[in-house]
Design a binder for this molecule. Structure first.
Ligand code: HEC
Length: 108
């Protein structure tokens, strides 16, 4: 019993609080490129790590699919100064949030 419980605790620790945050894949990059031809997988990965590193300090990270692309546009422009993101960084975060874990065609 105790053994099972500690395994459970260990696996929740390992998955961490960012466990639900979708990883960037080649498909995420393809989707992003339909919206912004200059988007790259590396940029989206940078956006994901900036989101984790800079947006999670004040509140829990909202899962990308929880808000519409338009909501993200306004949230990111409101939050970027709080997180002290440069223009380039906030663009990467926005592109990640709009395309992560979204079926093609659901980005508008
Ligand atoms: C300095 C602290 C701070 C940082 C850093 C910060 N936020 Fe926030 N965030 C807040 C506060 C305070 C609120 C609630 C009040 C408001 O909406 O202004 C909020 C609200 C939000 C909401 C709305 C949540 C809801 O349920 O309505 C979203 C989404 C959000 N932040 C995203 C972000 C993103 C994305 C970043 C990184 C670019 C970020 N935040 C960085 C302080 C912060």
């Amino acid at each position: 019993m105790t053994h099972k419980l500690s395994l459970f605790l260990l696996s929740s620790l390992l998955s961490g609080c960012t466990g639900a945050l979708p990883a960037v894949t080649a498909d995420t990059a393809l989707l992003a490129q339909t919206l912004w031809p200059d988007a790259t997988q590396a940029q989206l990965e940078q956006g994901r790590s900036m989101y984790v590193a800079r947006c999670g300090g004040c509140h829990a990270l909202v899962p990308p699919a929880r808000r519409s692309p338009d909501q993200w546009r306004s949230d990111v422009s409101e939050m970027a100064p709080k997180a002290r993101l440069s223009q380039e960084e906030s663009l990467a975060v926005l592109r990640y949030l709009v395309t992560a874990n979204r079926p093609t065609g659901a980005t508008r």
